[in-house]
Design a binder for this molecule. Structure first.
Ligand code: FNR
Length: 383
């Protein structure tokens, strides 16, 4: 047996353990997946500058975001349906994050409700908001997040309508299914007995924990994708920020900014933070990699608000590259989703330990002793 070491090992473990449609849902992007690949390749192309004989016996990895101390500048991005990757998956991942001293951000479209995840963890979590049309329901959802002690709200703005994800159609996760398609899907589940036992029989994922009352008739993921199409509010615009602000006391982070003009607008309307993100290459294909968009955005608003980034981060080395280009913190999506699908809470913990070690090595060999002092002096610029 090979024990998973890197994120790509966890990806292989998840591929083996999960039914095909779950693995493809996590792994895939939209359209030709150009941006998905570009997110990873653009980070790979950046060269760290190796420096030696600097005293690196003490490394400062911890940092502060929105008044909260993080053991390192990393957090778990909102990822939908994680309760289908492992038994009550969101609770397991949130526990692993908190044991590592990192925030966990719960998706609106999680399987476990915000109350369930909060009850399973010692500290409050972050909550991600998708705007759905029923504003009464949105108000109630924000109240629930507040009652669960949530301080930081991540408002995702790059999904007014869902991008076309061809892998989900091919795997039978979305689209119109014939009875034969449904049978094949069931057989594929049975071919993954560990998943069947752990997730399906023991975890009993019924519905979307935060949305049960809003979608009483939706059962199964095919109905759900149709429900998203009908109920996500495509009319959302900058004015709606005030609507959210009136209902939220804590910091609001706008997630899904890729353009410096939008970043300036986010700063002007008073958002405390933003995430430079293209939704992990799952929305508009053909846009730049998040890391390519980061420097201009950081220059435009980095002194006024907290700039975070996600997309393509697969190691601690990648984290340092993003910090060097202006991010104050980095979110990971697929990295934790694979580790959860491949090994549950233990898997996520092991992956986070690896990332921490990778970050330490990257810092030591670039002569960076404090993550808060990372800058583009850590990079080779003229290769
Ligand atoms: C996501 N992402 C996401 N974002 C969000 O705001 N709400 C959500 O429910 C989801 N769901 C989701 C599911 C899956 C399977 C993935 C892979 C991603 C996007 C996520 O928060 C983040 O932006 C990307 O995952 C970052 O890219 P990497 O780290 O996966 O390359």
């Amino acid at each position: 047996m090979t024990r998973p070491a890197s994120v790509s090992d966890w990806r292989e473990r998840a591929r083996a353990r999960l039914p095909r449609m779950m693995f493809e849902y996590i792994d895939g992007g939209s359209y030709a997946e150009t941006t998905l690949k570009r997110n990873v390749e653009a980070i790979e192309r950046i060269a760290l500058r190796q420096r030696v004989l600097t005293d690196v016996s003490k490394l400062q990895l911890s940092t502060e975001l929105f008044g909260q101390t993080l053991a390192m500048p990393l957090l778990l991005a909102p990822v939908g349906m994680a309760g289908l990757y492992a038994r009550r998956g969101e609770t397991q991942a949130a526990r692993a994050a908190q044991k590592a001293g990192l925030p966990f951000c719960l998706s609106t479209v999680s399987i476990c409700s915000i109350e369930e995840v909060r009850a399973a963890t010692p500290d409050p979590i972050w909550f991600q908001l998708y705007m759905i049309k029923d504003r009464g329901y949105m108000t109630a959802l924000l109240e629930r997040a507040k009652a669960a002690g949530t301080k930081v709200l991540v408002f995702t703005v790059d999904l007014p309508i869902p991008g076309a994800r061809y892998r989900d159609i091919r795997s039978g996760l979305s689209g119109v299914l014939t009875p034969l398609d449904k049978l094949k899907r069931g057989v594929n589940g049975l071919m993954h007995p560990h998943w069947m036992w752990d997730v399906f029989l023991n975890g009993r994922p019924q519905s979307f924990g935060n949305l049960v009352e809003a979608m009483p008739n939706a059962k199964g993921t095919d109905d759900f994708s149709r429900w998203i199409g009908k109920n996500f509010d495509a009319s959302v615009n900058w004015d709606d920020f005030d609507w959210v602000r009136e209902r939220w006391d804590g910091p609001i982070v706008i997630k899904g900014i890729l353009d410096a003009e939008d970043a300036k607008r986010a700063a002007e309307i008073g958002a405390e933070g933003l995430v430079v993100s293209n939704h992990g290459g799952r929305q508009l294909d053909g846009v730049p990699a998040a890391i390519e968009a980061l420097p201009a955005i950081s220059r435009a608003v980095g002194d006024r608000m907290t700039v975070l980034m996600d997309g393509g981060v697969r190691s601690g080395l990648d984290v340092l590259k993003a910090l060097a280009l202006g991010a104050k913190g980095v979110l990971i999506g697929r990295a934790w989703a694979f580790a959860l699908g491949g090994g549950g809470e233990t898997g996520v913990s092991a992956m986070l330990t690896t990332m921490r070690h990778e970050l330490e090595v990257a810092m030591a060999l670039t002569g960076c002793t404090d993550v808060r002092a990372a800058g583009d002096h850590l990079l080779v610029r003229d290769l």
